[in-house]
Design a protein around this ligand. Structure first.
Ligand code: LHQ
Length: 265
């Protein structure tokens, strides 16, 4: 197990939990935390015992986005990468790993998710929010555009007008409004967030992982497809799902009137 400095990584009962762990700066992403989060996702992807991933933050925030002290420090360094390069080599691979990893990722949004922290929250497959959570597309406050996938995820979740309003005004969207907008799946009292997350994660870790992974692949792709293409892609992916042990087990268990025992295979 690598010796992570900026995150916590734990695997238990089929669930890998990644905790962003720089609470003194509200879990702002520095280079090391971007790299370690990406590495932990790859470890969870490779580990066959892992069938669900939880991403959360230590302390009172989910993540405040890019560490601005690091941005400031790099300003004087002629060797430092430009912001575009920083995205291409850091955040973009992290977001792509979240979307291409064929296991469900639950964002347990424990507090504020701002800037790239908001983007990372939006890249999760599901979001359970504490009633203390909020979402801020804060980029405009520092003269930047939404990045790390926010321009892609946000309008798909809330529509273009609301996405533009959030991005142009950096308004804080609190948990209840986020629920009404479809930004989160569920809101629970802060003290119950991790228990509710664990319950959902354990259920997903016992589900047919291959079918869930293929569902994620389909939902990633359909946005740019015609109906005809989407139907064909469904047929292609269903062919794969139909050859899994879990498909056979699901059908057999139904006919034998017993609960299925899915193995993720
Ligand atoms: C922080 C941060 C932070 C450092 C709180 N950095 N210390 C991608 C590519 C490359 C470059 C540029 O950016 C990007 C993408 C981005 O993410 S751009 C957006 C960067 N993030 C922000 O602009 C958010 C800045 N933070 C805030 O606006 C507030 O902290 C929020 C609204 C998140 C929370 O406000 P409060 O609850 O009032 O907390 P606070 O502001 O008092 O923060 C607590 C501490 O955390 C404080 O330090 P201190 O020593 O005073 O206790 C802050 O300085 C520190 N902190 N965010 N991003």
């Amino acid at each position: 197990m690598p010796d992570y400095q900026t995150i916590l990584y734990e695997v238990a009962d089929g669930v890998a939990t990644i905790t962003l762990n720089r609470p003194e700066v509200l879990n702002a992403f520095n280079d090391q935390m971007i790299a370690e989060t990406t590495a932990a996702l790859k470890a969870a992807e490779r580990d066959e015992s892992v069938r669900c991933i939880v991403l959360t933050g230590a302390g009172r925030a989910f993540s405040s986005g890019q560490d601005l002290a690091e941005v400031k420090a790099r300003r004087g360094d002629p060797q430092a990468p430009s912001l575009g390069e920083h995205l291409r080599t850091g955040y973009n691979p992290l977001i792509l790993k979240m979307r291409t990893l064929e296991k469900p990722i639950i964002g347990a949004i424990n507090g504020v998710a701002a800037g790239a922290g908001c983007s990372v929250a939006l890249a999760c497959d599901l979001r359970l929010a504490s009633d203390q959570a909020s979402f801020i597309e804060v980029f405009v406050n520092v003269g930047l555009i939404p990045d790390s996938g926010s321009t892609w995820f946000l309008p798909r979740l809330v529509g273009t007008a609301k996405a533009f309003e959030m991005a142009a005004t950096a308004q804080r969207v609190k948990a209840e409004e986020a629920l009404a907008l479809g930004l989160v799946n569920r809101v629970v009292p802060a003290g119950e967030l991790m228990a509710a997350t664990r319950e959902l994660a354990l259920a997903l870790a016992k589900a047919p992982t291959r079918a869930i992974g293929l569902t994620k692949r389909a939902l990633n792709r359909v946005w740019t497809m015609t109906l005809e293409e989407a139907l064909e892609y469904e047929a292609f992916l269903q062919e794969i799902a139909s050859r899994t042990h879990d498909h056979e087990e699901g059908v057999t268990a139904f006919l034998e009137k017993r609960p299925p025992q899915f193995t993720g295979k």
